[in-house]
Design a protein around this ligand. Sequence first.
Ligand SMILES: Nc1ncnc2c1ncn2[C@@H]1O[C@H](COP(=O)(O)OP(=O)(O)O)[C@@H](O)[C@H]1O
Ligand SMILES: [Mg+2]
Length: 264
Amino acid sequence: MAETDTPPATDPVLLASDRLEIFTPPVTAIRKHRIIGFDARDARARPFNLLRTSFAKKLKEEGHRLVGVTSATPAAGKSFLSMNLASSLARVVDEPVYLVDLDIRRASLGEEIGLEPDHGIESYLEGSVDDLAAIGRRIEGTNLCIFPAIRRANNTAELLAGERFSQLIATLRDQSDAAIVLFDLPPAFANDDAMISLAQLDGFVLVVDSGKTTKRHVQDVMSMLYPTPCVGSILNRYRGGLGDSYGYGYGGPDYSKYYDREPE
Ligand SMILES: Nc1ncnc2c1ncn2[C@@H]1O[C@H](COP(=O)(O)OP(=O)(O)O)[C@@H](O)[C@H]1O
Ligand SMILES: [Mg+2]
């Protein structure tokens, strides 16, 4: 990690969402990556609205604001769900919703919204960029602020265990009491990254890939991440049930369902 003398002071103004550059995601990227949470009129966004409501209620009840999204294995839909959940949440809350890419080895949020930044959150963590506001983008016309990462293959655990990571968390915590921060994390089994970063967050959401994630996986993730609270689970790529009545079918994303408890 690059040497840093004193980390920048935590100052809410540093990260006020109106300091962030505004970004308009190209429609092609939004379509390609199936980001439907921005559009209230899109019928496919309805399951995310349900997900958002249960999720926001649970966070409020339990006083959690900084929440990681993880899974047992890769490609479970963490980034897809984080992006859609965050964009859907940002439509109903008055405060900004922050979405931070911490899956530094397989960072994807920038690409998903068609953003090609020169530096991402990894540069803040290693100390080469001091101003967090230079990394985040506010999505035009919304309350959603995205902090992308640029992929990096090595030393990610060191970045997440460093002083700058604590500083990032402190700065995000210092934002308004009502701001929700979602972190797109790596899979829990891949390396130490999810476990290290979760030690400083309020809780995690477990994405369960329907048909792929086994009961054993879930039990192992729960014990691995203990004592960080699991604020719920999302059953992804689930077909049937409520999804059918919401018009999910050909061409649409598979249904996902939030459970207000740990999976059994
Ligand atoms: N419910 C879903 N419906 C449609 N496509 C999905 C769904 N969940 C995930 N995907 C797609 O599957 C791929 C892997 O998902 P991703 O979110 O990148 O996984 P992860 O972040 O867990 O590695 C992506 O192309 C994503 O768009
Ligand atoms: Mg991902």
